[in-house]
Design a protein around this ligand. Structure first.
Ligand code: SF4
Ligand code: SF4
Length: 408
């Protein structure tokens, strides 16, 4: 196989790296209790919040117990294709336990993909270990571009035998993360970057972060919502720093998606998760997906969003597609601009689409793209000029797919 073939095989068999790999199961083995960083959204009584839902506790296993668990699960779950270490602390701050576990699993199963998540602080020094173990999939959590922001997100880091706080700690952590990412890329690891979105702290630099990740060659970015409640006992929870609204999360993902593809099916699993990553489908989550189509006649996806005078609204159920109605609007763009600047007729069109999860159109400018994301409606341009029914069927086959396109 060529290098691109290998990469694509690795992507297609990991349920977190590819939405289409949902038939493959993964197991998280909780062998890593310690951490070398204190994130302000994490309480050490619980699992590492960089991957997991805060407030969830996984029972710690020794490496031999973890290997036994893997063997037992593999017997009853033939589609188990990924074994990962994601906590409850940082796997690389528990390098011996992580290595012993992954080595034991590799002895039992030469085909399973090994996967590790990390905050990145000691990534560079562990690349040889990860290579020797045959780890191909890596998740790094990176939440900031600027040290001033990072200093608000991390209380301290513990590095080379010393604790660092504030800007000093933030500078070291960011430098270590970018160096680790670069070394991991050079070593040929397949990397996904997680980012915890904290309103008012790192919201404004998500796009800049995504730009840097794209320049570094990262292929997948996962912007996750901060989950914060006082009962979780985290610094942010106690300080009543709230998580993002769904509109804020959508907008951050839309902006980041202009730079780098976004993972939108992360379940923020626990450190001992087992099975497939459940994506849900219209019937499970909502019972339908409502889609508006910018079209002249309702037959083809043939209108620029800003020029559409009518939207044809459909409900996508798991097994059928029903036409709801045609909604006439005053078209959004009235001037010569391509809607990248000031919107013109904003009120009516967004009111008309406020109950839709997606709008299919031939093109869309940046300003309406952001405005739509604010009302939780994701524009999709990839079906431009296709017949409406064909486009809807393709969308339906992907069920809850959240397709985010850059302004086009
Ligand atoms: Fe918690 Fe993970 Fe952050 Fe460590 S890296 S403090 S375990 S969220
Ligand atoms: Fe995949 Fe997200 Fe679960 Fe990790 S937390 S296993 S990335 S779905």
């Amino acid at each position: 196989m060529t290098a691109p073939d290998v990469a694509s095989a690795l992507i297609e068999s990991h349920p977190c790296f590819s939405r289409d790999a949902h038939k493959h199961a993964r197991i998280h083995l909780p062998v890593a209790p310690a951490c070398n960083v204190q994130c302000n959204y994490c309480n050490r009584k619980f699992d590492c919040s960089n991957e997991s839902r805060p407030g969830v506790v996984s029972k710690l296993l020794s490496p031999s117990q973890a290997v036994e668990r893997f063997a037992a699960v593999k017997k009853r779950m033939p589609n188990l294709s990924v074994a990962g270490i994601a906590g409850p602390g940082d796997p690389l701050a528990n390098a011996n336990a992580t290595a012993a576990t992954l080595r034991g699993i590799r002895k039992l199963d030469s085909d399973v993909h090994l996967c590790v998540s990390t905050n990145g602080l000691t990534l560079s020094e562990h690349i040889p270990m990860l290579r020797d173990l045959g780890v191909h999939h890596l998740t790094i959590t990176m939440n900031a571009v600027y040290p001033e922001t990072a200093a608000q997100l991390y209380a301290w880091i513990y590095h080379n035998g010393r604790r660092y706080r504030g800007l000093e700690g933030a500078n070291i952590l960011l430098a270590q993360q970018w160096q680790g990412l670069s070394d991991a890329m050079a070593a040929g690891l397949l990397i996904k970057v997680n980012t915890v979105l904290v309103p008012g702290v790192n919201t404004a630099e998500i796009e800049a972060l995504a730009t840097q990740l794209r320049s570094a060659g990262i292929f997948l970015h996962n912007v996750m919502p901060l989950i914060s409640a006082p009962e979780h006992g985290t610094a942010f929870g106690m300080a009543q720093v709230r998580g993002p609204t769904s509109a804020e999360l959508t907008q951050a993902r839309v902006l980041a998606s202009n730079q780098i593809p976004q993972m939108t099916h992360c379940q923020q699993c626990r450190a001992d998760a087992i099975g497939t990553v459940q994506e849900g489908c219209p019937s499970e989550r909502n019972d339908k997906l409502r889609v508006a189509v910018a079209s002249q006649s309702g037959l083809a996806v043939d209108m620029h969003f800003g020029h559409a005078k009518a939207f044809f609204v459909f409900d996508l159920h798991q097994n059928d597609i029903t036409f709801v109605e045609r909604r006439d609007v005053e078209h959004y763009c009235t001037g010569l601009s391509d809607c990248d600047e000031q919107p013109s007729n904003t009120e009516g069109v967004f009111r008309a689409l406020s109950d839709c999860q997606h709008v299919l159109c031939a093109r869309i400018g940046r300003a309406p793209l952001v405005a739509l994301s604010n009302i939780g409606c994701i524009p999709v341009c990839s079906f431009a000029y296709q017949p409406v029914q064909q486009a809807l069927k393709e969308l339906q086959s992907k069920l809850t797919l959240t397709v985010v396109q850059e302004a086009c």
